[in-house]
Design a protein around this ligand. Structure first.
Ligand code: SF4
Length: 246
């Protein structure tokens, strides 16, 4: 099961930054008339070079722990989730163990994440349903996953992609923003579902799980919401937002 250590994350960021720098010299001339296919190819080339390994930054050791971590990460940072999960997983290592807990028991461990009361409640309810309906295992289909309390399409897609290697594209705020800025999706794709369907249609199937992390990590560290670091971005030459702005 994938596990990204702090050291690995740091190395990835250094590698990403170092490989990106030479591209700064290449931000002109701009490519203003790229086709969508060319834009996807530019993004795939860039990310393949700068982030050959792209994984979740959440810490987990099995599908149950990943599901719990992803549920906790809604409206919260992965960093914060990684602070609370070691003690939580030690106390409740399996769905069976968490199913026997009360909301208050779990709340003690997750009180520093956002929306702790509802998340504690959903974690216990989900653990109980995993035991009652799925033999204590995490199911692998969208319908089954989204039938669990507190599990929406985005969480289900992350679990299906990361834990089970399925070609699913979870669209969070970073994926949504970065996809629009680069020009991978049209302006009319105004919902996470519309963006998901567009990205899945154009990224090669085998790359979809990795592309999800490419877009998240790029949005988290370079194409940030308020001040995108375009002058350090190796994608500037192919970016619709940057070319329009310049
Ligand atoms: S050039 Fe700027 S807006 Fe475009 S992807 Fe890079 S950081 Fe984001």
């Amino acid at each position: 099961m994938a596990y990204t250590s702090k050291k690995t994350v740091l190395l990835l960021r250094i590698q990403y930054f170092c490989v990106s720098l030479p591209h700064v010299q290449q931000t002109k001339p701009f490519i203003t008339d790229m086709t969508k296919r060319e834009r996807y190819e530019a993004a795939i080339d860039f990310f393949s070079e700068t982030m050959p390994v792209a994984e979740t930054e959440l810490h987990y050791e099995n599908a149950f722990q990943l599901l719990v971590a992803v549920m906790l990460s809604a409206q919260c940072t992965d960093k914060r989730v990684n602070i609370v999960t070691p003690a939580l997983f030690e106390a409740y290592p399996t769905a069976e163990a968490m199913a026997a807990a009360t909301d208050e028991d779990v709340l003690v461990f997750v009180k520093s994440v956002s929306y702790p009361n509802s998340k504690a409640k959903h974690l216990v309810q989900t653990a109980r349903q995993l035991c009652e309906r799925f033999g204590g295992e995490v199911p692998q289909t969208l319908d089954e996953l989204t039938s669990l309390p507190g599990v929406g399409r985005k969480t289900a897609n992350v679990v299906m992609s990361v834990a089970f290697g399925q070609a699913r594209m979870a669209v969070d705020t970073h994926v949504f923003r970065v996809s629009h800025r680069i020009g991978l999706v049209p302006p009319k794709a105004t919902t996470p579902l519309a963006v998901e369907l567009e990205l899945v249609k154009h990224f090669p199937e085998a790359l979809i799980p990795k592309a999800h992390h490419w877009l998240i990590l790029h949005g988290r560290y370079t194409c940030t919401a308020m001040r995108p670091r375009c002058m350090e971005c190796g994608l500037a030459r192919a970016c619709a937002y940057y070319n329009k702005k310049s």
